[in-house]
Design a protein. Structure first.
Length: 242
């Protein structure tokens, strides 16, 4: 009898705890990066302009212009980046598909050799490679995973990346402008709301990445606050010079 029975039921503790987060999705990175970038860049932009003694009206226009420009720029950049990556992967898959069609035996032997290099007995490795190579689409998927390190059925979507980036950047960039739209006349409410948003974003990201929420939130708050302080000082310096 083998050590692991083929049809043995999973242990309850293993079944309940052996789950994984989605680490390959095309939405998480652009959404997180977009929200953080929107908060930090628009807060820094507005504090820099405020350091030059600009009026509340000028700050509102600056914040809204920064929101629109940044959101469209992020969306366009993410779409182009992910689309280019996807096109490159598709081109490599076409190369592999042609090789499987023209040289099926060689590709099967290549797969068997790969399994042998990982410790599978040669006879078993060849049998496994032979069975997997019977279906051309399955063979393509196996070769793509083993040789290219990609899953042909799980490629990131350029549209998802662009929409996620646009929406998250706009939401993050709106926070520093919101107090002014609600009637605030000084910079401090915008700064406080933006810093709270930075801490909240860092804490929420920690729930996805399984890191400590307090550390993650404080780290993002410190980085965003430092950027705002530096640009405020530069705004005062440039304003005095002009």
């Amino acid at each position: 009898m083998s050590i692991i029975e083929a049809n043995a039921p999973l242990h309850e503790a293993h079944r309940d705890n052996h789950t994984h987060r989605d680490v390959n999705g095309g939405w998480l990175r652009p959404a997180v990066f977009g929200a953080m970038d929107g908060l930090v860049s628009n807060l820094a932009l507005m504090t820099g302009v405020a350091g030059g003694a600009a009026s509340s009206g000028v700050l509102v226009i600056t914040g809204l212009a920064g929101l629109a420009a940044g959101a469209f720029s992020m969306a366009a950049g993410e779409y182009t980046s992910v689309a280019s990556q996807r096109e490159l992967v598709q081109a490599e898959l076409d190369v592999e598909r042609r090789q499987l069609r023209k040289h099926p035996v060689d590709e099967m032997e290549e797969l068997a050799a790969l399994y042998v290099s990982r410790g599978v007995e040669p006879a078993l490795a060849r049998e496994v490679a032979m069975q997997l190579s019977r279906d051309p689409e399955q063979a393509l998927e196996i070769h793509a995973r083993e040789e290219l390190g990609i899953d042909p059925d799980d490629l990131p979507s350029p549209t998802v990346a662009a929409v996620s980036s646009f929406g998250s950047f706009a939401l993050g960039a709106l926070l520093p402008v919101l107090p002014y739209l609600l009637g605030a006349t000084s910079l401090w409410p915008a700064v406080l709301l933006a810093l709270l948003g930075l801490f909240a974003c860092g804490a929420l990201v920690a729930r996805v990445t399984a890191r400590g929420w307090l550390f993650s939130g404080l780290r993002q708050l410190f980085l965003g606050g430092a950027a705002a302080a530096v640009t405020y000082g530069l705004g005062m310096l440039f304003g005095a010079a002009l």
